[in-house]
Design a protein. Sequence first.
Length: 726
Amino acid sequence: MHQFKDLNPAQLAAVEYLDGPQMIVAGAGSGKTKVLTYKIAYLIKKNYTPESILALTFTNKAANEMKERIKELIGKKADDLWMGTFHSVFAKILRTEAKHINYRSNFSIYDTIDSTSLVSNIMTDLNIDLENLTTNSVRHRISFLKNHMITPQEFRSKHVGSFLEEKIADIYVEYQKRLIEFNAMDFDDLLLKPIELFNEKKNILQKYKSRFEFLLVDEFQDTNKAQYELLKLLVSRNGLISVVGDDAQSIYSWRGANIGNMRDFGKDFPKYKLFKLEQNYRSTKMILKAADSVIKNNKDQVAKTLWTENEEGEPVMLLKCADEKDEASQISKYIKHELTKKKLVFNDFAILYRTNSQSRAMEDIFRREKIPYTIIGGVEFYKRKEVKDVIAYLRVISNQNDEESLLRIMNFPQRGIGSTTVTRMIAFARKHEITLFQTMGRVFEVIDIKERIQKNVKQFKTLLDKYIGLKDKLSVGELTRAMVDDLGLIRMFKEEGTQEALQRMENISQLLASLSEFSSANADAKLEQYLEEVSLIADIDNYSDTKNCVTLLTVHASKGLEWPIVFVSGCEEDIFPIASKFLSDASVDEERRLFYVALTRAKKKAYVTHARSRYRFGEVAYQSRSRFIDELDPNAYKEVNGGLGRKANRKTKKEMYYEYFEKVEYESFDQDGVALRIGSRVMHDKFGLGKVVDVVGNGDQTKATVHFEGNNVKQLMLKFAKLKVL
């Protein structure tokens, strides 16, 4: 395989080692994806069949990119690899084996919004109303317990030490019970149920153990207890497993990731061999020097020193700002400066922040300065209310036991079925031990519900039954389109006519467009397959670096990505590291790893910004700069006092109010470079000739108001309108 000449000696050694368990510690930018890709190609060259190789990644994006790269090396065979995220691979196994653990293969997958709503309903049913027990904190706690493989029974018998925890135990027990009743699993179950399955049904474990001859795991430092248990169960007797990770980039302990897995690997696989990839191909010497000077303040880590043959490069630029507005202005000023000086384009820049709320000030300034941007994060498309509502319909059509989804749509669009009616129906369902869906069919037996409302319930059930009947006769796209029509959603939002309603209408149109796309790409796909894909989509999966705009995202979301120029913003105590008074040493270490991840995203140059004051929680807070700045090697950074001479916070209350709360509609600014301006003449297939009278929004959300001939005024979403500019 001539391609192997692309590898350096350390990479080649890691690729060619097939004699037993292997751990590859791969520093930032050291080519770990390349090593994994080549290793899989090498296995196939050594006569492993593609279907005997299981490769687990942390994002769908990583899995798809690797698959594409492997295809370039070995061709079509790559399609038969078992490759994907832990959640998607094990969801696939669970669909096949569902009956062995009391599930049906059409189970629903609940995301965090569904889980939180289920917790909320349980708390109402159990009459739990305590000030310091929010639905969110309970859901987090349940997820934490599941991540650490603590069952409701075990939690109750070993870990409950207070009245509050007793209540959490009650909720947890009921939560698991209802998931089974609703034929639903949450994200944590997708990892726990396979463990249960493999432990209880040794013959099924054997089936997969003999199927998978070689296991590969990406981002091993981010695995949690359940994921590591699954790996240990599946590894074949001769221990053919290769894990790749970097302990310096472990940043997910809040999601249950256990950095100890890297330490335990040696104990669990005593014959393992360690490989280190220390040559960095991404960054300049200066950036590595800066990153290294900070990370070496963490005590407990695998010894390694990153080095590079890349240029020396420029020092990290430290920008001191007056407040968040000044920070945003300086960032935009330096973006423009670098653009002209280095002949760069907008998508060579990324701005990283510790929390999502920090993007607000940047967005305002970028719109004003006409800098196109895209945000990763924010409210993800599939989590928007109306999109989740339509998906809830599809879930009920797929799985009638899914009570959580049924409750979500019972009165959407409004059909007069209020909470009292629902409570009475649920009581009837529990009493007769039937599902809520079955109760809808017997609604005339439920006392105390007005006849008019009984009719509405019956009508609603008839509508659902119709689509349950059509489920396997139509493609997913056709089914949804017909149903949305039947429900009159688009008409309903149109009649409401507010800006928000039109936005909701566009989101539904966008969902329908993506469904049609899914149907044409996967001709024989079942509804369940679509629902599974949607529930496992992460925001980063939609990131594409082809659009020419600056990327704004959290440091967590940036892992694995790179840009020529990176701004690490908000480097102040209590922001980055986050709220230090609550931090233990271990979490300061994790924040430091996060800072290390942020710096090592940069190829050519990094900027670090901090503000003297910030508007937080409704008032001005004076900030001191982050301890991580003080840990930087003084020879690796340069302080630029780029303050634009503005005195911070010497403003009247009125000015402050306008700055923070006024909704600014900037003059028409089109993100995608389409030459569409107010006054542009356009042609539309259906409406004919027109003139643009207004443009609002940006990116995929850009809308134009167009005055067509015959006094016909339309507001159109540019993404779908296909307007031709004349």
